[in-house]
Design a protein around this ligand. Structure first.
Ligand SMILES: Cc1ncc(COP(=O)(O)O)c(C=O)c1O
Length: 396
């Protein structure tokens, strides 16, 4: 890889990359030299069907030849049908399309403004969880507490109050007459794979009902079957007022969406919000292909089954390497291994031995294989992890 050329032309907002990838198939990725990797990043929870799934490729190729983009000046049949499919999976409500997770969260924040501004006095506060991550646009960033992401970008949007995840009392005491909404992830991805418990989610929904607050779920990373439910919060049995989705929805083609329950969907009026690309025929077609394959290959169940297998193997590793593995968290195929050390050296070792992983906050190694991952690939990843942990042990 020509790192110098890379750095000459690209803004250095990402760390210098270690490899240059050129091709993918299923769980596998290949670099320019033909080296093969098991991809347990899935493009950060995006390629949930694996790379180049034949059904996804076929549908996207066909749509490209038919109509890629036309804007929301016109009704787009693929968009209407996708909204209908999402409503069937989530519940009575309406859908608004955009292009990314941050954009979907911006739409949720704007929904809470439209809602809060109907009150006298205006309600502009949103309670969010410490350790959460909601994206890099200024609104979504304001909802994200970590200094690492916020540094240098002041002034951010005021009105976000950070409370402890899974601590209902902390959320309850933060509510005042200016509070409009609560925005949380069902499983914090970037924040270190902290799972919002079912009891906590039910308690948060009760708090919202009691105080007339909107419950906004950020399902950008945990959504689209990754955790063994179509959306991560669904295990708790609650129904939020609005939900942000993106990442896995397009399976590799950018698309974001919010679902809003019927009661609040009409807060958006013609002209009050929009985007040129949101819900284009091509983006919606990619999402249809994702939903088709999730249904035909029963990937929700597969995420549970393969997730259990991976978890079992990781728990064995935790018994063998108790000095290195402090905790294993997550659900389905969204798993974090909290380490006793910064994960960078382990991530490099794993990559050099053919396994791609990604870090998360709090010394966490994140494992996000595609939902189509094979049993043999999980076993192989566990072998590589075993050598990685042995290597670290020898070094120390
Ligand atoms: C929970 C969550 N919300 C929002 C985002 C932002 O999504 P995007 O990078 O598509 O803007 C992310 C990205 O990692 C995320 O994990």
């Amino acid at each position: 890889m020509n790192l110098q050329r890379h750095q000459s032309f690209l803004v250095a907002n990402y760390a210098p990359p270690a490899i240059e990838v050129v091709r993918g198939k299923g769980t596998k990725l290949w670099d320019k030299n033909g080296t093969e990797y098991l991809d347990f990043t899935s493009g950060i929870a995006v390629t949930n069907l694996g790379h180049s799934h034949p059904e996804w490729v076929k549908q996207v190729q066909e749509q490209t030849g038919k109509l890629a983009h036309c804007s929301n000046l016109f009704s787009i049949p693929e968009q209407v049908r996708l909204a209908e499919r999402l409503v069937k999976k989530i519940g009575e409500g309406k859908v608004l399309f955009c292009n990314s997770g941050a954009e979907a969260n911006e739409a949720l924040i704007k929904l809470s403004r439209l809602y809060g501004n109907c009150n006298v006095p205006n309600r502009t506060k949103i309670l969010v969880a410490k350790n959460g991550f909601h994206g890099r646009t200024l609104g979504a960033l304001s909802a994200t507490q970590s200094k690492k992401y916020r540094q240098g970008f002041d002034p951010l949007l005021p009105g976000f109050v950070f409370c402890e995840l899974n601590n209902l009392a902390d959320f309850e005491q933060a509510i005042d007459e200016q509070t409009a909404a609560i925005l949380i992830e069902s499983i914090q991805g970037e924040g270190g794979l902290h799972v919002a418990s079912n009891e906590f989610l039910r308690g948060v929904k009760d708090l919202c009902n009691q105080n007339d607050l909107l419950l906004l779920m950020d399902e950008v990373q945990a959504g689209i079957a990754r955790t063994g439910e179509f959306l991560g919060y669904q295990k708790s049995g609650i129904q939020p007022h609005a939900i942000a989705m993106a990442k896995g929805l397009g399976g590799g083609f950018p698309i974001g969406a919010i679902w809003v329950c019927d009661k609040y969907a009409s807060l958006f009026r013609p002209g009050s919000h929009g985007t040129t690309f949101g819900g284009s025929p091509l983006a919606c077609c990619a999402a249809h292909a994702v939903l088709d394959v999730i249904e035909s290959e029963n990937l929700t169940l597969r995420a549970q089954q393969m997730g259990s297998l991976l978890l079992e193997g990781l728990e064995q590793l935790a018994t063998e390497f108790p000095e290195s593995i402090l905790q294993i968290r997550g659900r389905g195929l969204m798993i974090g291994v909290q380490l006793a050390f910064e994960p960078a050296d382990l991530i490099s070792f794993l990559r050099l031995n053919g396994l791609l992983t990604v870090g998360a906050a709090g010394q966490t190694l994140r494992l996000l294989p595609p939902l189509t991952v094979k049993e043999a690939e999980i076993n192989h990843s566990l072998e590589i992890l075993h050598s990685g942990l042995s290597h670290i042990k020898r070094k120390n």
